[in-house]
Design a protein around this ligand. Structure first.
Ligand SMILES: NC(=O)c1ccc[n+]([C@@H]2O[C@H](COP(=O)([O-])OP(=O)(O)OC[C@H]3O[C@@H](n4cnc5c(N)ncnc54)[C@H](OP(=O)(O)O)[C@@H]3O)[C@@H](O)[C@H]2O)c1
Length: 232
């Protein structure tokens, strides 16, 4: 049976690369994104390479959009094998923990932390139906406790919270056969990472693709970079 993977923010950057690689491995990939034009191009690109791809409208910062997307997904598949919470924003500019405004914290958390949790909750019926399924949260070294500094305050705290979400969901869903992990792609040349970043999108996507397709299923509640466990 063809496995289905839903990737949030798959219209560009690391998400698009994860979707392209999973499609090449035989997954039916669902491009869950808010921009229809670039998502349509992503779907066309994957189909042109012989892959199977479908667009699903989803804004992870909007509860109504999440509910609508989960309902609409039922017309695509009755089960979901892999959910990759990739969509994210980095909006800290010239702020530190000493100056970050509450509004910026709220905005970043809505997308980077509460979004992945609410998307997971909404798609749980489909993940449960798949038998053994996986949730992969695209986090960051900025969210690691031992790497915290005063910089990028809303982004770092949102990814720290996302890692907490990973740990708690792994515990809650272990009995359902759903593995939940965080991964860090490293510093990647995307719109977010900028042209000076050290890694290609292929390198940035690799660990998420490995978790989705190859990693032992009993690995859950852990964070990875370069296919290796790293500390929280
Ligand atoms: N690049 C790096 O160096 C790096 C390092 C560590 C971790 N990460 C993480 O990797 C993930 C992907 O980053 P990237 O480098 O590929 O960033 P990117 O090029 O800026 O792409 C971000 C993606 O997230 C989507 N997105 C943002 N807000 C959304 C929302 N509310 N609903 C749905 N989609 C939304 C964007 O969609 P739109 O086109 O609609 O804006 C876009 O597809 C993020 O979680 C990021 O934190 C990146």
């Amino acid at each position: 049976m063809t496995r289905t993977a839903l990737i949030t923010g798959a219209n560009r950057g690391i998400g698009l690369e994860i979707a392209s690689q999973l499609a090449r491995r035989g997954f039916h990939v669902v491009i869950a994104a808010r921009d229809e034009a670039s998502s349509g191009q992503a779907v066309t690109q994957i189909r042109a390479s012989g892959g199977r791809a479908t667009f699903l409208s989803l804004d992870v910062s909007d509860s109504h959009s999440i509910r609508e997307a989960a309902s609409e997904f039922g017309s695509i598949s009755d089960r979901l094998d892999v959910l990759i919470n990739n969509a994210g924003i980095y909006t800290d500019k010239e702020v530190t923990i000493a100056t970050v405004p509450r509004e910026l914290l709220v905005r970043t958390f809505q997308t980077n932390s509460f979004g992945p949790l609410e998307v997971t909750q909404a798609f749980l019926p489909y993940l449960r139906r798949a038998g053994t399924s996986r949730i992969i949260n695209v986090s960051s070294g900025y969210g690691q406790l031992d790497r915290m500094s005063s910089d990028a305050p809303s982004y770092s705290l949102s990814k720290l919270t996302l890692n907490g979400v990973t740990i708690m969901l792994a515990d809650a869903l272990r009995a359902d056969g759903i593995a939940v992990n965080s991964m860090c792609p490293g510093w990647v040349r995307t719109d977010m990472g900028g042209p000076g970043a050290t890694r290609s999108v292929e390198e940035g996507a690799d660990t998420a693709v490995w978790l989705a397709d190859e990693a032992p299923h009993d690995m859950t509640g852990t964070m990875y970079r370069d296919r290796l466990e790293i500390p929280w």
